[in-house]
Design a protein around this ligand. Structure first.
Ligand SMILES: Cc1cc2nc3c(=O)[nH]c(=O)nc-3n(C[C@H](O)[C@H](O)[C@H](O)COP(=O)(O)OP(=O)(O)OC[C@H]3O[C@@H](n4cnc5c(N)ncnc54)[C@H](O)[C@@H]3O)c2cc1C
Ligand SMILES: NC(=O)c1ccc[n+]([C@@H]2O[C@H](COP(=O)([O-])OP(=O)(O)OC[C@H]3O[C@@H](n4cnc5c(N)ncnc54)[C@H](OP(=O)(O)O)[C@@H]3O)[C@@H](O)[C@H]2O)c1
Length: 262
């Protein structure tokens, strides 16, 4: 595979979060593969055993940039071309990874300072897990608010890890200089003890999200990332634009960054 744009890697661990719907896995890391937290890799699978990879999909890295392997968090889409096969992989199996990382859901889109809002539905949380495992994120903001919207409580993957990180950052930073992390898990199809059963867009519109976060969505003092379901992104982006948030352009940093997952 010399000179190929991709390398063959090995699955090292698989974790089921919700049976037949959500799982994560780790792989070996291609030599010299580097990425900025928030970026994604292109993963490939062959259509037949031992064949060249023919189906490729984008996957945000979950792990921090300095970790040895790569970690990904995935949905299983029934009838999808890629995920039903991805979900069958077990440790020791191969998958292909493009040598380059891609994407712009990265902190260099923003000026540092103020409050960083990380708003996701479903597997969109993946990119933020990587950001939260990078010291730069903790040192660049005073507060970080992670909002994760899912259908059911069981789909709040990585919840225990995030709660631990809210108590102590997972990277070595001086606690006096590190941002405070506030985690807001939101479910729409069952009631969670401390948060309303409501879509994120509705919570933004009503101002309830700011009350829950104890922080204003103020375009002068906040930066917002949106990731996940494209309809949610479209609606949330519209609401935030009306409040004065804008995506950066031509080298001018903005205060909003958006990544569609499909
Ligand atoms: C930049 C980028 C990063 C991505 N990162 C991730 C990631 O970290 N984890 C991940 O699971 N997916 C991620 N995706 C989506 C992923 O690339 C595939 O769409 C997904 O694996 C489904 O592939 P499929 O061939 O089985 O179904 P597809 O034919 O690709 O999709 C069929 C339908 O499934 C639904 N769907 C697709 N992806 C999702 C999803 N993630 N959550 C809920 N419904 C979905 C949509 O309705 C879509 O039309 C990302 C996509 C992009 C563009
Ligand atoms: N049994 C299953 O449900 C099952 C099993 C296996 C795989 N799947 C696959 O899972 C996919 C769904 O995955 P998912 O639940 O992670 O994603 P999702 O449908 O995007 O839902 C995630 C969260 O986003 C919310 N949301 C959806 N559209 C929104 C909008 N326009 N504005 C604001 N919030 C919005 C949802 O609220 P609402 O609850 O109000 O929609 C939910 O809280 C399906 O496409 C299917 O392929 C489903």
């Amino acid at each position: 595979m010399i000179n190929q744009k991709y390398t063959r890697e090995t699955v090292t661990h698989v974790r089921q979060w919700v049976s037949d719907k959500l799982f994560s896995f780790t792989t070996t890391r291609p030599d010299h593969f580097s990425f900025i937290p928030g970026q994604f890799a292109r993963l490939g699978l062959p259509t037949c055993e031992g064949g060249a990879p023919q189906v490729w999909r984008a996957y945000s890295m979950v792990n921090g940039p300095g970790q040895t392997g790569l970690e990904f968090y995935s949905i299983l889409v029934p009838g999808g071309e890629f995920t039903p096969r991805l979900a069958k992989l077990v440790p020791g199996d191969s998958l292909y990874i493009d040598r380059s990382a891609f994407g712009f859901l990265t902190l260099d889109r923003f000026e540092p300072g103020g409050v960083l809002w990380l708003i996701a539905t479903g597997t969109g949380v993946s990119a933020y897990l990587s950001l939260l495992q990078d010291a730069n994120t903790w040192l660049s903001y005073q507060r970080i608010i992670l909002v994760h919207g899912v259908r059911h409580a069981a789909e709040l993957a990585y919840r225990a890890e995030i709660l631990e990180w809210a108590a102590r950052p997972p990277v070595s930073v001086d606690p006096k200089s590190a941002a405070q992390l506030r985690y807001l898990p939101i479910a729409t199809r069952e009631k969670l003890p401390d948060t309303p059963q409501e879509r994120l867009t509705r919570l933004i519109e009503s101002g309830q999200l700011e009350t829950l976060a104890d922080s204003a969505l103020d375009p002068k003092a906040s930066k917002v990332m949106l990731c996940g379901n494209p309809e949610m992104l479209h609606e949330a982006r519209g609401l935030l634009t009306k409040r004065g948030f804008a995506v950066g352009r031509r080298g001018i940093p903005g205060n909003m960054a958006v990544e569609n997952y499909w």
